[in-house]
Design a protein around this ligand. Structure first.
Ligand SMILES: Nc1ncnc2c1ncn2[C@@H]1O[C@H](COP(=O)(O)OP(=O)(O)OP(=O)(O)O)[C@@H](O)[C@H]1O
Ligand SMILES: [Mg+2]
Length: 340
């Protein structure tokens, strides 16, 4: 049975801001499902609608067998939530914070005591349970956030950017805790991230979300295969200036429509060329560009990454945060350009 099922889920904020724009997806029990997208894509808004913190504008969402709009209390009983910015009491210990949460859920004292012990062991905070949260490091706080979402043993946990701002080592640890929850407790995880590697390494399935819409969905492998081969990245210029842009355009024109090229995408200073077979294509690409008088400074060959998938569907890299629209006017400009 699907533990989450949405139909045309939509959130429009005042000012006609379509933060989530008619999305359909399902999450199966026992899955780690990731929403991958840049800032402002609509990830938190989706999570908040699914966990009943935000009313839907239109569409439907079933979570743990209940309609979020009709039976929010039933949904809340069955889910846990690790927010992007969590409110914990800095001047209480980790243990006190978690115990308080247990009381919020009306658990009896004996159960709370038992679960607090178990959860602190799970997230590796037993030794620091009696320390004030204000003395915790960033990684310890994130682990405490995670613990707070677990106290009532939910079937499904929503985690909004569980590892943002953490160092790579702590991030890997958190991934391990998340996997453990699925493996040992049979939980389902819905998480959001803008880290490609996180989605790639952790999630069973990924929905790539951009400007409120799901633009691609599948297992990490399926998404990468949808690129259809390898990626050859060309840098025809040393400086990223206007001349470079012109140069990239010429390179793209020279390569377009050639039998050994599936598609191209230009970014700032580079051109990604999608080819069925990288090793075979590079000599042909070099010969062709030489005949056009285009000199390539660097060339690299890679198997496609999720970044390439994002680039293919949106025309920009998820890393290029400067290129991410921040105002609604910018988003609409981008959308109308894409539709042309
Ligand atoms: N309460 C609100 N009122 C108006 N606009 C909002 C509100 N909350 C979010 N938005 C807008 O909706 C869009 C989606 O925001 P959301 O927070 O869901 O993005 P996100 O994918 O979680 O981004 P981030 O990675 O930065 O957390 C953004 O354009 C944002 O400015
Ligand atoms: Mg967010």
């Amino acid at each position: 049975m699907s533990i989450i099922e949405t139909r045309q889920l939509t959130k429009v904020f005042p000012g006609n801001i379509r933060a989530v724009d008619g999305i359909d997806f399902t999450v199966e029990e026992g899955e780690i499902f990731a929403f991958l997208g840049p800032n402002g894509a609509g990830k938190t808004t989706t999570i908040k609608m699914l966990n009943t913190l935000l009313p839907l504008t239109s569409g439907t969402a079933m979570v743990a067998g209940f309609d979020v709009a009709k039976h929010p209390a039933e949904v809340r009983k069955r889910i846990g939530y690790t927010a992007q910015d969590v409110g914990v009491d800095e001047y209480a210990t980790g243990k006190e914070n978690l115990t308080l949460y247990g009381h919020f859920y009306r658990l009896d004292s004996k159960t709370i005591k038992q679960r607090v012990k178990e959860i602190f062991e799970l997230v590796d905070l037993t030794d620091s349970a009696n320390r004030m949260v204000s003395t915790y490091s960033g990684g310890m706080r994130k682990r405490l956030d995670l613990a707070m979402g677990l106290i009532h043993q939910p079937q499904l946990i929503f985690m909004d950017e569980p590892t943002t701002g953490l160092d790579p080592q702590t991030r890997t640890h958190i991934w391990e805790y998340i996997r453990q929850l699925v493996r040992d407790k049979g939980m389902t995880i819905f998480l959001t991230t803008h880290y490609m590697e996180e989605a790639d390494r952790l999630a069973d399935r990924i929905a790539i979300i951009d400007l409120g819409k799901i633009i691609a969905m599948g297992t990490p492998d399926e998404l990468k295969k949808s690129i259809g081969g390898d990626v050859v990245t060309l840098s025809p210029c040393a400086e990223k200036d206007a001349e470079c842009k012109e140069f990239i355009k010429r390179t793209e024109t020279a390569l377009s429509g050639k039998p050994f090229v599936v598609g191209t995408k230009a970014t700032d200073g580079e051109l990604a060329v999608y080819v069925p077979d990288g090793e075979a294509a590079i000599p042909s690409i070099m010969r062709l560009l030489a005949s056009e008088g285009i000199e390539v400074k660097t060339i690299s060959l890679a198997r496609p990454s999720l970044d390439d998938v994002f680039l293919k569907y949106t025309g920009r890299t998820i890393r290029a945060q400067e290129g991410t629209p921040t105002t609604w006017a910018e988003i609409q400009r981008k959308r109308s350009r894409r539709q042309k």
